[in-house]
Each structure stands twice: as structure tokens, then as C-alpha cells.
Design a protein around this ligand. Structure first.
Ligand code: F6P
Length: 358
């Protein structure tokens, strides 16, 4: 029986912070769309900016070779939304109509938006203006609602864990406390996952407000056992529990902005140990994807093409156990997945004596 394919032409773009696996996802979508379903695929440059400005590349099989292992995104990305595009005079304008115009002029049947929670919100906005959209969950933060996992996370975990391994040996050689700033966009997935995998001593995450005294106790307990160094992972957005703790960790400065630097100073003062701060920063987003991310991005990309062929729009492709399922964008947009307090990673941390600052 002949298969009905509900789309002949699709667009694809990457939006928000980059992460390893984006190119694998582009490749997955495009290979299936072109090879299996006979669609045309237009890749827009620099996220929604390229859509609004009508800048694109018509992807052919040739463009897809060598992409699987490549970090970053061949299409480029940006954090701009059609609703608030910066103009040459520095002001922002709503350019939703320009995005719709390009979509119609190219006769697109669907736009695949690869991005995080912010991208899902923009996709939903475009959907409400009549565009067919499908999104794929990417981010090193692993914080997208309704999916078990996002691609990019495994690669970032690998990088952060490797950094912790390296910091371990230097911290131990110098009998120092090393505080490591780990990204996560106000969720603790990356910091906690890497802390468990890297065997750190204290892990501070935004979901659990910390108390300086608890950290001092944890490091002191190690000293009593003869362990004269400590590694402390500081997840992005981690903050002290009380005003008193904020004052302890930072006497003069904005505590949220300088958590690890000020914490290092207060730990030096309380424990008489030398402290250093390392910020992993964008290293966590760069370079080649791990095999797990290559596989996940490919599976998600191919599933997106399959859903489009079936005429399923207005959804994000989510991971649920072994399955990939379409989830309405209304359930994803504007929501963030934080680490639940009963999550096995939290329980495991407690069982192995990893101090979470509470
Ligand atoms: O969402 C990915 C992420 O790396 C976050 O962990 C971090 O908060 C943010 O992006 C950094 O954004 P930028 O690259 O724009 O500085």
C-alpha cells in the first residue's frame, strides 16, 4: 500500500545555547526526511534570525556527511525570538509576520526547531500563528519538561566529570579545597550527575539551599579521617539558605553572582585551608558528542521526520524510557524540569555521604 506523506518541504533550525549532538540531530532529521520520505529540507541559519531574514541552505545528502561527530551546529544558533528581534537601531521588533512569510514563500509544511524550553515557547507561538512545528529537546542542562533526558547532557556530563577527575589530583597534591562552577541554568542535573560520577565531596545545587556550616562540617569530617583536600561542585544558581548564610559566604558582594568565590573565602577562613575556584564554563558545551548523545540525537531526529510524515505537529519529541513519544508543546513551553527531592540521584548522594549543603 502506498504510504501517505503529509509533508513535502520542511525547514530546520537550531536555537538557544549550542550543545554536542546538534549536528547529529540535523543529520537524523534530514536523512530520514530526504531519504525515506522524499522531502525537501531547508536549514535556516542562526536560529530564528535566519528564518526571519530568509537566510537558509537547501540541505542535500552531500551536506549531511561528516556531521555525526561534529560539535556545535553547522547552521549556527542564536537566542533571538521572532517576537523580539533586535533591529539596527538597537530596539526590538515583533517579526513574527516575517517568519510566517518566509515559511509560506518556501511552501514549507513544517518547521523543526531544535532547542530547549525557550525554543519550545517560540515554536508554540509560531504554532498559534498557523505554522506547523515539531521540536527536539536539546540542552546540556537536562531541564526540559516532559522528557526523561535531553541530548547534549551526556556529553557535558562527560566533560564535567573528566574535569573533576583532573581537579581531584591537583586538589589532593596541594591539600586544597577546589570549588568547581558547573553550568545548569538553575537546575542541578549536570552538577549532581557529574558529582556522583566524579566522586566529589560536596555538591551544591539550586534545588537545595545550602548552609555554610554544613559544608564546613563535611570538610572537617574529611580532615579527621586524614583526607586533607576536598572537591566542591557548585551548580549554577546554587544559593545559601538564609540571609545569615549569605552573609557568611559573602560579606560585601551580591552573593548570588559570586557564590563560589565568596564561599571559597569563607571556607578558607573557617577551615584554614587554601581554596581555589575553577569555572568550567562553555568548555562544557563544546566539542564532539559522546556516543550516547550521537545515538539519542539521531533517534530523535529520525522520529521527528516520521511524525511529520504522519502529519503530527505542535509537539516535542520526548524520551520516555525506551520510547520516543510526541508531547504537546503546551505541556513543555515555559516549564522547567528541576531535580525532584525524591530522585534516585539525591537518595544515592545521601547514601554515599555526598554533602548536599543541607
Ligand atoms: O542552557 C545552556 C547554558 O549553557 C546554561 O547552562 C547556561 O546558563 C547558559 O546556557 C549560558 O548561556 P550563554 O552561552 O548565552 O552565556
Amino acid at each position: 500500500m502506498a504510504r501517505t506523506v503529509n509533508a513535502r518541504s520542511i525547514g530546520i533550525l537550531t536555537s538557544g545555547g549550542d550543545c554536542p549532538g546538534l549536528n547529529a540531530a540535523i543529520r537524523g532529521v534530514a536523512k530520514a526526511a530526504i531519504g525515506t520520505y522524499g522531502m525537501e529540507v531547508f536549514g535556516f541559519y542562526d536560529g530564528f534570525t535566519g528564518l526571519v531574514e530568509n537566510r537558509f541552505l537547501r540541505l542535500t545528502d552531500h551536506d549531511l556527511s561528516g556531521l555525526l561527530t561534529l560539535g556545535g551546529t553547522i547552521l549556527g544558533t542564536s537566542r533571538y525570538k521572532p517576537q523580539r528581534m533586535p533591529g539596527p537601531d538597537g530596539t526590538t521588533r515583533d517579526r513574527t509576520d516575517a517568519a510566517l512569510d518566509v515559511y509560506r514563500r518556501l511552501n514549507l509544511d513544517c518547521l523543526v526547531c531544535i532547542g530547549g524550553g525557550g525554543t519550545a515557547k517560540v515554536a508554540l507561538h509560531l504554532r498559534k500563528h498557523g505554522m506547523n512545528v515539531v521540536t527536539l529537546p536539546k540542552t546540556i542542562d537536562n531541564d526540559i519538561a516532559e522528557t526523561d533526558v535531553t541530548f547534549g547532557f551526556d556529553s557535558a556530563m562527560y566533560i564535567a566529570t573528566e574535569a573533576l577527575d583532573r581537579l581531584h589530583t591537583t586538589a589532593s597534591s596541594h591539600q586544597r579545597i577546589i570549588l568547581v562552577d558547573i553550568m545548569g541554568h538553575n537546575t542541578g542535573w549536570l552538577a549532581l550527575g557529574a558529582s556522583l560520577a566524579g566522586g566529589v565531596d560536596v555538591c551544591l545545587i539550586p534545588e537545595i539551599p545550602y548552609q555554610v556550616d554544613r559544608i564546613v562540617e563535611a570538610v572537617s569530617a574529611r580532615t579527621v579521617k586524614g583526607r586533607r583536600f576536598s572537591l566542591i561542585a557548585v551548580g549554577e544558581g546554587a544559593a545559601p539558605k538564609s540571609a545569615e548564610d549569605a552573609a557568611k559566604s559573602d560579606e560585601a558582594l551580591d552573593h548570588e553572582a559570586v557564590t563560589s568565590a565568596s564561599l571559597a573565602l569563607s571556607l578558607e577562613k573557617a577551615l584554614g585551608m587554601e581554596s581555589r575556584v575553577t569555572t568550567l564554563g562553555h568548555v562544557q558545551r563544546g566539542g564532539i558528542p559522546t556516543p550516547t548523545d550521537r545515538l539519542l540525537a539521531t533517534l530523535l531526529g529520525v522520529k521527528a521526520a516520521e511524525l511529520i510524515a504522519e502529519g503530527v505537529f505542535g509537539v516535542m519529541v520526548a524520551v520516555r524510557g525506551e520510547d520516543l513519544v510526541p508531547v504537546p508543546l503546551e505541556k513543555v513551553a515555559g516549564r522547567k524540569r528541576t531535580v525532584p527531592m525524591d530522585h534516585p540521584w539525591i537518595q544515592t548522594a545521601r547514601h554515599i555521604g555526598l554533602c548536599l549543603g543541607d
